[in-house]
Ligand binder design. Structure first.
Ligand SMILES: C[S@@+](CC[C@H](N)C(=O)[O-])C[C@H]1O[C@@H](n2cnc3c(N)ncnc32)[C@H](O)[C@@H]1O
Length: 154
């Protein structure tokens, strides 16, 4: 799996728990300090270091270095303005049948408000529209938390 936005490792632990026992989480974040905490959280949750590949850097710099069609799931939990580029990268990285999960797909509840034209809301709206209209994805928008868009790669 690939995670964009390691943060302090909360979602990473859940992803690791849901993976097969030899699955590896490749997780990316610009903040080395966040990842230092995440590394400790992964260890405390019982996952050996070989189960995670923690890469420091901007998603758009790191994603091109990852292998095509090699991943089962791409989880995006970073700034919404990068969603579109992450969606394009996910299409390349996922195997057929793999899943893209975008956290924050309701843009704080603003997504359905036509008057909301701020950069974040517009970016999220455009990313979701592109997925919905694409023949490469079968999407579902789940109204949980900040909104989770799950899309299966055809
Ligand atoms: C909402 S937090 C992630 C929380 C994390 N998934 C967790 O459950 O602990 C967003 C993270 O994305 C990182 N981030 C923001 N923009 C990024 C980018 N362009 N590339 C990589 N990481 C980024 C931030 O440093 C921050 O740690």
């Amino acid at each position: 799996m690939v995670e964009i936005g390691t943060g302090t490792g909360v979602s990473g632990v859940w992803l690791l728990r849901g993976m097969r026992a030899d699955g590896v989480l490749t997780t990316i974040d610009v903040e080395v300090e966040h990842q230092r905490i995440a590394r400790r959280i992964f260890a405390e949750a019982g996952f050996p270091s070989g189960r995670t590949r923690i890469i420091t850097g901007r998603a758009l710099d790191v994603l091109p270095r990852l292998a095509d069609g090699a991943y089962d799931l791409v989880f995006v939990d970073a700034e919404a303005t990068g969603f579109q580029a992450c969606v394009e990268a996910a299409l390349r990285l996922l195997r057929s049948g793999g899943v893209l999960a975008l956290n924050g797909a309701l843009a704080g509840g603003r997504i359905g408000d036509p008057a909301a034209r701020d950069v974040e809301t517009v970016t999220v709206r455009e990313a979701i529209k592109a997925i919905r209209e694409s023949e490469h994805w079968i999407p579902a928008l789940l109204p949980v938390g900040h909104g989770l868009l799950a899309a299966v790669k055809c």
